[in-house]
Structures are given as C-alpha cells and as structure tokens.
Design a protein around this ligand. Structure first.
Ligand code: NAD
Length: 469
C-alpha cells in the first residue's frame, strides 16, 4: 500500500515544513498497525497559521457573494472527485465499514459543502428595522477543533460554514484521524482557494488545540468533542472574550409509545444506537419503551443486536467496525463491566474478531434511569432499555440527563409529535423522520452552545451590525 503519511502542514496556501520533527502515528484500529504519520504541530505552527488566516481575512471577507460561492463550488468539485478516497481513508484510520463510510463519511460532508457553496453564492440579505439597516459581517479568524468520529463531516460543518460566511480558518483535526483532513487541503489547493483562507495544523489537543483556543488573534473557536474539552476551550476563550460554539456529548432517548410501529421503532432504534459502532454524539443510546410492549421490544432489540456482524471494515458483510482506539475500547468495556442492567445481547464475554479494538453489540434491559449506564455518554455499541408507564414518565426519563442533543419518538403521528415537543433537546425525529443536513444541529444543556449546518450554522460565524440612518 502506498504510504498515507504526510510530512508538511498546509499554511498560507503552501505546504510548509513543521516547526518540530515530532510526528503523530496513525493506527488502523482493525489491523492495529500503523498506517502513516503526520506532523505533531506546535504553538509556533499555530502562530504562522493564524497570521496567514489574518492576512487573508480582509480580501476573503470582501469578496462578492458570487465569487465566494464560486470558490466554494470549486472546493466542492475538487473534494467530490476524492469521494472514493475519503471513504477508504476513513475506513482505514477510523474503521467505519466501507459501505457506511461511503454514505456518511464521504457523501454527507459533500452534501453539506454543496449547501454552503450555494449559501455563499446567495449572500446574506440585509434587513431593515425602523431607521436601522441590519448587516451581517464575518466574525474574523476562526479556530476549528474537531474529533474523530465523523472526521470529515465535522470539519466541513465548520469550515464550509465559516468560509461561506467570509471567515478564514485554522483547522486542527483529531490526532486519531488526521489523514482525511489532508484530502480537504489537497482539494483546497486544487480548487485555488486563496492563500491563507484555510490552514491546517495537525497535532495534539494539549499543544495545538490549546494554542488555537488561547490565541489572541483567533476571533472564534468552533469545537466538537467531549464536554470536558469544551469546558477547557470555553475557559481559554473567555480570557479574551472570544466567541465559542460547542458541539458536545449526548445521551439521547428513543421513546417508543404504546401506539408505535414496534418492529420498525426497535429496528431503526438499534441501528441508530450502533451506527459507527456507537461513536455518534446523537446516538439514541437510551431506548424508552411503554410497559405494554416492553418485553416484546427487549426481545426484538436483543435479536437485532445479535445479528450485527463484527469484522473487517472492508468486508461487504461487516455491520460493526472496531472502536477508534484501544483507549476508547477500554473505556467502553469499563462501562459494560460495571453495568447494572440485565444483559440481553453482547456483553464482556461475547466472541470478537482476532484483531481490532472491538466491543460486541451490547444491549442491557431494565436499566435504572439514574445509573451510570443511562447517564454517561459511552460512545460505543451499548444500548440501555428502560420501561415507562405513561407519557409523563417517558418525558421525565428522557429529560433526566445533563445532555440535550437529540432523540426520537415513535407513536401515532399527533401523539408522537406532542411528546417530541416536550423533550428538551436540539433535535427530535418523529416516526423515523430522516436526518436533515440543512436543519440546525446542536444541543441544549451540556450538549453545547450554538448550531451547525445550513443557514443557522453559517450565521454562527457572523456578527450583526446596526447602521442608523
Ligand atoms: P476530545 O474532546 O478530547 O477531543 C476532541 C478534539 O479536541 C481533538 O481534536 C483533540 O485533540 C482536541 N483537544 C483535546 N484537548 C484539548 C484542549 N485542552 N484544548 C483544545 N483542544 C483539545 O475527545 P476524545 O478524547 O477524542 O473523545 C473522548 C470522548 O469525547 C468520547 O468518548 C466521547 O464521549 C466524546 N466525544 C464526543 C463527540 C461528539 O461528537 N459529541 C466526538 C468525539 C468524542
């Protein structure tokens, strides 16, 4: 296999040698072999990237909407020609099964970027309130810090929106999955994106991430990842009153009412909980089921989970890939070993492939709503099933979480919609309503601040100015 290693950083429109000779090795979580390395960036690399972004800002912000739209259209085109490579690289560095990677790891970010090219071209209309003209202006230099679970989607959700708004960007991708970000840099170069508009510094969170979050010339930090890191970034940005937007964890409830299509609700619910081996912030990891259909739901969920094939992400039959790293696997196994529910599928002793950071598709029934299993974001293929007696109890359990990211309700259409309105989360899917990549995405409570995707995502990167006449 040709090496996936990268020796340079993409700064100011050029491939620049890093400040330090230190490298970060990238592991294939299925074979457990090193597949390449990238530079371990430093604070000095971040300084260069921020200077380049600052220098590029006025021209990029000043472009006419049609020109910025055309540049993003070229970026989308260059990235689209790499769709196959994106799915392959994410399969290698993260372990997402290829068939799923093609749709969610490659297809979704392309759809999102297409949308941002269109929004950039349309421009932002000014508004009049009395004697005031209300203008929206780009916020400035954006620091984007992203995780590994949807490594290109999370990058594009920030970079696409920020660039469309007229901001320039310094991106730090996750050190677990930095290789796919290089494909975006390749596309930016091919598309002739102006120098300094997009800069990429690979490295660790403690060094590069912290340098971006605390940099005096970064006007806004957009972060996706754990709540603990989000808190640290907020503190760093608070010192200079810089804006942050945070997409953090979740512990979403899938509420199955007594009048739901049970078979569909359970099957789709298990699929959602285990998508990307459960490494999805919106995963419906708590299945709440009305007592009248509870036993049947537990049986169906256990049967569905037991049918999930674990294995090589590049085998067509694989439904569940490995977890992203040995650390993640050990963390998830810890939750499974400490779990207090009734194990009905998978578990610590289930058979696993010979190599790879696997955890079996695991289902616990009779989970207490206050237990660790029902409260903490596990980020692995572990589903908790919890019974409820009526709508009020279902809503109380669903809202009994420090998180508030997503969720689902299944039942008669009006009944399910009424329950969905009572759930304190940024999104709720009713009766299998599909993910909308242009609808606002983000969390209540400790799931975050701000929204990504579509027009709402773009507006996060704008300031609002009132001009009185
Ligand atoms: P993390 O929050 O540590 O890492 C996310 C990004 O932040 C990475 O790019 C990392 O390098 C960077 N980072 C880390 N420390 C930083 C710091 N002090 N300053 C600035 N940047 C920093 O997440 P993780 O360790 O990759 O995963 C841990 C847990 O986070 C997971 O088990 C999961 O529960 C949660 N998580 C949530 C999401 C989500 O989409 N909500 C995504 C990934 C992980």
């Amino acid at each position: 296999m040709t090496s996936l290693s990268r020796e340079r950083l993409y700064l100011g429109g050029a491939w620049v040698p890093p400040d330090s000779a230190e490298r970060i090795e990238v592991e294939n979580p299925y074979t457990e072999e090193v597949i390449g390395h990238v530079p371990a960036g430093t604070a000095e690399d971040v300084n260069l990237a921020v200077s380049a972004a600052r220098q590029a800002f006025d021209d990029w912000a000043g472009l006419a909407a049609a020109e910025r739209g055309a540049a993003l259209d070229r970026l989308h085109g260059a990235l689209a020609t790499r769709a196959g490579e994106i799915a392959r690289v994410v399969g290698l560095e993260l372990g997402t099964p290829l068939k799923i990677a093609q749709v969610v790891q490659a297809g979704l970010p392309l759809t999102v970027l297409r949308g941002y090219a269109d929004l950039a071209a349309a421009g932002t209309a000014e508004e009049t309130i009395g004697n005031s003209l209300i203008a929206r202006e780009p916020i400035g230099v954006v620091g984007a810090i992203t995780p590994w679970n949807y490594p290109l989607h999370q990058v594009v959700a920030k970079v696409g929106a920020a660039l469309a708004a007229g901001c320039t960007v310094v991106l730090k991708p996750s050190e677990l999955t930095p290789l796919v970000a290089y494909l975006l840099a390749d596309a930016a170069e091919e598309a002739g994106l102006p120098a300094g508009v997009l800069n990429i510094v690979t490295g660790t969170g403690a060094v590069v991430g912290a340098a971006i979050a605390g940099h005096p010339n970064v006007d806004m930090v957009s972060f996706t990842g754990s709540t603990a890191t989000g808190r640290a970034i907020s503190h760093a940005a608070a010192d200079r009153i810089a804006k942050v937007s945070l997409e953090l964890g979740g512990k979403s409830a899938n509420v199955i009412l007594e009048d739901a299509d049970l078979a569909k609700a359970v099957k789709v619910g298990v699929g959602n909980a285990f998508l990307n081996s459960g490494q999805t912030c919106t995963a419906w990891t708590r299945m709440l089921v009305h007592r009248s259909v509870y036993d049947e739901a537990v049986e169906l969920a256990a049967k569905t989970a037991s049918g999930y094939t674990l294995g090589d992400p590049f085998d067509a039959g694989t439904r569940l890939g490995p977890l992203a790293s040995a650390t993640q696997r050990d963390r998830v196994r810890g939750f499974v070993e400490r779990a207090q529910g009734r194990l009905v599928a998978g578990g610590p002793d289930a058979p696993l492939p010979a190599t790879g950071h696997f955890v079996a598709a695991t289902v616990f029934a009779d989970v207490h709503p206050d237990s660790e299993l029902a409260q903490e974001e596990i980020f692995g293929p572990v589903l908790s099933i919890i019974p409820f007696g009526d709508d009020d109890e279902a809503v109380t359990i669903a809202n009994n979480s420090k998180y508030g990211l997503a969720g689902a309700v299944w039942g008669g259409d009006e009944h399910a919609l009424a329950v969905a309105r009572r759930i304190r989360t940024g999104a709720v899917d009713v009766n299998g309503g599909s993910f909308n990549p242009f609808a606002p995405f983000g969390g209540y409570k400790q799931s975050g601040i701000g929204r990504e995707l579509g027009r709402y995502g773009l507006e996060e990167f704008q300031q609002v100015k009132a001009i009185q006449r």
